[in-house]
Design a protein around this ligand. Structure first.
Ligand code: EPZ
Length: 421
């Protein structure tokens, strides 16, 4: 298993390009199942999770072609609406094939995603919504078995805001008979990006980005071309790395518009952040203060502070002036990075879903272990500011969601290398 070795103490400077969004690309790849014509996607990030999803679609009979960041999918030969456990267990987002398969094929056999480090993450809302649209769904031997002659439009309420739940139901509704209304819908920009792709394929969707999405079902969807939106969590991660190291960094191909809550908190911490927008160029520049001020956060669904940025912001608060109170309201076990940060000298107390982080003058390098995707990003940020060397083990977590992170960080002046552990 690989590990990252980081020599702390360098200030990040310069500019780097942000990749396409993992959490937009994953549902949009599944949207290809809804049509018998080809879907061509650009700006698709080269990540392990994307590779896993392409393999999952290919074994269903989808023709997949990939050249760098361009992917074309042709689901005219879709003949195996099954997502097996061996593939689903490595990536929970596989559940996103459920809605499209039921809508296109009238049947699906999808393994229940197993447990996950950050929480139980059930999929009951996905199932409840499809049942309300007329699917007969049984869960046996670890598989969701769904069947229907044709889904029918329905008025759906999700018990909580669920991103992939909203995405699954929105995709299923595109081919249903009649109108579907999803209330309490997720408003994340990735939901909007998926809706834009579906509309390009001929879907009739309004309200994406608000908490009420209306979908008028059509007989079939046609092919389309779509460019994946920039990754706002990669953007936020690099902004936090620049902030923690007292840096001056420009991120190209992304905009503050996708993560206002994070930008606000970074400004509260003392950073100067400027969004640049011209007709064919968008970028964000962050200039960090000498010492950051501690900033309290509370994670909530979009447009509030994203749970996917909580770990990275905790790394900032570890070296800021003052004490921050950080509340995680989305997942029940998303503080695993805290014990690893404490190994680096951080002063953190955990009480249920609240972390009290008291800034220290400096962290010391040590060997730490990545436990999940965003926790690993938090450890990279901490390693960049810790004195001496930090070794981060199990970085396969990191490779799921960050494209060429060590090359990008090196471009900004970080001393970081990958080694065989
Ligand atoms: C998406 O996960 C993201 N993944 C996650 O990003 C992100 O953390 C999460 O949304 C929250 O923003 C993708 O988009 C592929 P949810 P998702 O359904 O959809 C509960 C990353 O780091 N819930 O919005 O699985 C659930 O347990 C990943 O890139 C149910 O109880 O999250 C959680 O407490 C990590 N029943 C809350 O809702 C359901 O049927 C929000 O989960 C569905 C969800």
């Amino acid at each position: 298993m690989d590990k990252l070795v980081i020599e702390g103490g360098t200030r990040l400077e310069g500019e780097v390009a942000i990749s396409g969004a993992k959490n937009a690309a994953l549902p949009i790849l599944c949207a290809a199942l809804l049509s018998a014509e080809s879907l061509v996607l650009t700006n698709v990030p080269e990540l392990n999770d994307i590779g896993t999803m392409l393999k999952l679609l290919a074994q269903m009979g989808v023709k997949v072609e990939r050249e760098g960041h361009r992917v074309s999918l042709d689901a005219s030969g879709l003949n195996n609406p099954v997502a097996p456990y061996e593939m689903v267990k490595t990536m929970r987002a596989s559940i996103l094939v459920l809605g499209p398969l039921v809508a296109r094929c009238g049947e699906a056999k999808v393994s229940l995603p197993g447990g996950c480090a950050i929480g139980a993450r059930p999929v009951d809302q996905h199932i409840k919504g499809l049942q309300a649209m007329g699917a007969e769904i049984g869960v046996d031997h670890g598989y969701v078995n769904a069947r229907t002659a044709r889904l029918k439009g329905a008025r759906l309420f999700t018990d909580m805001v669920t991103v992939t739940g909203t995405e699954n139901l929105m995709m299923a509704a595109c081919l249903a008979n009649g109108e579907t209304i999803i209330e309490n819908a997720a408003r994340e920009p990735e939901v909007v990006d998926l809706a834009q792709c579906l509309v390009a394929m001929g879907a009739q969707i309004s309200g994406a980005g608000t908490d009420v999405i209306r979908i008028r079902g059509v007989e079939r969807l046609h092919g389309a071309e779509h460019r994946i939106m920039p990754d706002r969590i990669e953007t936020g991660t690099f902004l936090c790395a620049a902030a923690a190291t007292g840096g001056d960094v420009r991120l190209i191909g992304t905009s503050t518009g996708y993560l206002d809550a994070v930008v606000d908190k970074l400004m509260d911490a003392g950073c100067d952040i400027v969004g640049e927008k011209t007709p064919n160029h968008e970028a964000i520049r962050l200039i960090a203060p000498k010492r950051l001020q501690a900033v309290s956060i509370r994670t909530s669904p979009y447009p509030a502070f994203p749970t996917d940025m909580q770990a990275q912001f905790m790394a900032i608060n570890c070296v800021a002036e003052g004490t921050a109170v950080m509340r995680e309201t989305i997942f029940e076990n998303r503080f695993m990075h805290a014990v690893e940060l404490i190994r680096l000298g951080a002063d953190i107390k955990i009480d249920g879903n609240t972390a009290f982080v008291k800034g220290v003058a400096r962290l010391q390098g040590a060997t730490v272990m990545a436990t999940d995707l965003r926790a690993s990003a938090s450890l990279v940020i901490a390693g960049l500011v810790a004195e001496g060397e930090t070794h981060i083990e199990r970085i396969y977590h990191l490779d799921r969601g960050y494209e060429h992170i060590e090359a990008k960080m090196t471009r900004l002046g970080a001393r970081i290398r990958r080694e065989q552990a």
